[in-house]
Ligand binder design. Structure first.
Ligand code: UT7
Length: 338
């Protein structure tokens, strides 16, 4: 049995920041409303020169540098996103070329906000089976270009960014120890980009009807997420043969502070065991969990041997969780108690 050890991590977030006050000047909203209902204070917004592919590549380069690997060492690249540069080609191939990872296999996963967790689980399977040794997993989103800046139900919620990890084959018990993946397509209309695919091609009439932007039934998603996120945490911890007390840190999808707090409460996890950075980035969809993971490490909250739980929910509707154990000798991570 091989284990997928996380040996590298890296994030890229655009420099440009929009504060809540910037929206209050554009639409009928307020800093108070956004902070109280979501916990969001700022979000990072891509510059014109940023693309989904370039942000993913930058995060990927940083993760490779942390792992001490060259692009040529990679066996596979998986990119999770819902906001690729183009519908086709797959953005993963652009990332492969930009990294200079000569002819390595690459594919894109479209599983909305849980996309990174799905991709991590998938990468781990390739390593556990013995098929591959070094895999780069990236979650990236340039979602602000899909937003209707006149729709207060969505405009204030999202931000851009990318996060990446390197998984390497190892003999010690680590990596993804258990996982849960779920979807409920009955709820497909609750978060939808209507004229973003082949069902409703973007005619002038549809675009004038603002169907070229993401639409969301926030209240329905909120109810679903508040129930599903704690369920997915509790289920995946039990699947790993652990108890919630064994968790060192929960790294949840950063969509709304109230959803995260409700999940932590139901899973009986104290605030110090839950990582939150939604105030700084808003909801970066598939990039949210890997950016939070990187920032948890930067904040000294991830140690060698730690048991983490990653969990996310989103459009589809979809959800995923994974218990991830860090390796015992990973450079760049402190010893617990040190
Ligand atoms: O990654 C998955 C993506 N999606 C999510 O995670 C979203 C999950 N849902 C949520 O986070 C919350 O439902 C929202 C933050 C989207 C909304 O919060 P809420 O507490 O559920 O508010 P609500 O939808 O029940 O709306 C309450 C009121 C409404 O006005 P009326 O109908 O009561 O007059 C909204 O029109 O708040 C209004 N509203 C706003 N007011 C000021 C909605 N958006 C805004 C806004 N500023 N930006």
């Amino acid at each position: 049995m091989r284990y997928g050890k996380i040996t590298g991590w890296g994030k890229y977030v655009p420099e440009k920041v929009m504060n809540n006050a910037d929206f209050a000047a554009l639409i009928d909203t307020s800093d108070d409303w956004i902070v109280q209902r979501t916990g969001i204070r700022r979000r990072h917004v891509a510059a014109e020169t940023d693309q989904c592919s370039t942000m993913a590549t930058e995060a990927g380069k940083r993760a490779l540098a942390q792992a001490g690997l060259a692009p040529a060492d990679l066996d596979l690249i998986i990119v999770a996103t819902s906001s690729p540069d183009f519908m086709t080609p797959p953005v993963s191939s652009q990332v492969q070329a930009q990294l200079g990872a000569h002819h390595v296999g690459a594919f894109t996963m479209s599983v909305a906000c849980p996309g990174f967790v799905y991709a991590l689980i998938t990468a781990n399977q390739f390593i556990a089976s013995g098929a591959l040794r070094n895999i780069l997993v990236i979650g990236v989103e340039l979602i602000t270009r899909m937003l209707d800046w006149e729709d207060r139900n969505t405009a204030v919620l999202f931000g851009d960014g990318a996060g990446a990890v390197v998984l390497q084959a190892a003999d010690e018990v680590c990596g993804v120890r258990s996982f849960v993946m779920g979807s409920d397509g009955e709820g497909y209309e609750h978060i939808i980009h209507p004229s973003g695919g082949t069902a409703c091609p973007p005619t002038a009439e549809r675009l004038a009807n603002r169907e070229g932007y993401i639409k969301m039934n926030g209240r329905e998603v909120f109810k679903f997420a508040s129930r599903k996120m704690p369920e997915a945490v509790i289920e995946v911890v039990h699947k790993a043969g652990l108890t919630l007390d064994d968790l060192d840190l929960l790294i949840p999808h950063q969509a709304n502070a109230r959803i995260i707090e409700a999940a932590a409460h139901m899973a009986k996890l104290p605030p110090e065991k839950v990582f939150m950075n939604v105030h700084e980035y808003g909801n970066t969809s598939a990039a949210s969990v890997p950016i939070a993971f990187c920032e948890a490490i930067e904040a000294g909250r991830v140690h060698r041997g730690d048991v983490l739980c990653m969990v996310a929910f989103g459009a589809g509707l979809t959800w995923a969780s994974a218990v991830v154990q860090m390796g015992k000798d990973v450079p760049g991570l402190p010893e617990r108690g040190s």
